[in-house]
Design a protein around this ligand. Structure first.
Ligand SMILES: [Zn+2]
Length: 139
C-alpha cells in the first residue's frame, strides 16, 4: 500500500466544503436525525387563560390554540361555582343567591365585576365562611 495518490487527496479536498455543508443541512433539516420534540399546549382556557392540554409536537410546529376550559375551571363549575367573567378578571362565586346559575359562566362589565366582588365580600362570604375553613387537625 502506497497510500492515497496526490490526485485523490486533491479530489477529496475539493469535495470537502459541500460534504460539510451536507452534514450541516442534515442536522438542520433533521433528515435521519429526529428534530427534538417538545411539549406544546394546544388549548387555552377561556376562563383563566391558562394554557393546558400539552401535546408532543415537533419543534416549530406548534398547533394553533383551541379554546376550552382547563380541568381546574371545569372542576369549579362542576362543583357548583358560577364563573363571573369580566375583561381580564375572573372570579368563582358560590352562593345560595346564584344557585340557578351554578356551573355557568356569567359575563359582566368591569364595573359590575367590582360591584359583585364588593357585594360578595360584604354579604356572601359569611355564608361560605364555614366551608372555606381549611381542614386540619383540631387543636
Ligand atoms: Zn381555567
Amino acid at each position: 500500500m502506497s497510500g492515497p495518490s496526490p490526485e485523490f487527496l486533491r479530489h477529496m479536498k475539493g469535495m470537502l466544503p459541500s460534504f460539510i455543508k451536507g452534514i450541516a443541512e442534515k442536522v438542520a433539516i433533521g433528515r435521519g436525525i429526529k428534530a427534538p420534540k417538545r411539549l406544546s399546549p394546544k388549548k387555552v382556557c377561556t376562563l383563566c387563560t391558562k394554557l393546558f392540554d400539552k401535546v408532543e409536537v415537533d419543534a416549530g410546529k406548534e398547533p394553533p390554540l383551541e379554546m376550552g376550559r382547563c380541568p381546574e375551571c371545569e372542576e369549579k363549575l362542576k362543583d357548583g361555582f358560577v364563573a363571573v367573567v369580566a375583561p381580564n378578571k375572573l372570579a368563582f362565586v358560590k352562593s345560595e343567591r346564584l344557585k340557578d346559575l351554578a356551573g355557568n359562566t356569567v359575563q359582566v362589565s368591569a364595573e359590575n365585576f367590582l360591584r359583585i366582588q364588593q357585594e360578595y365580600l360584604n354579604n356572601w362570604a359569611p355564608e361560605n365562611a364555614h366551608a372555606n375553613k381549611p381542614a386540619g387537625p383540631a387543636r
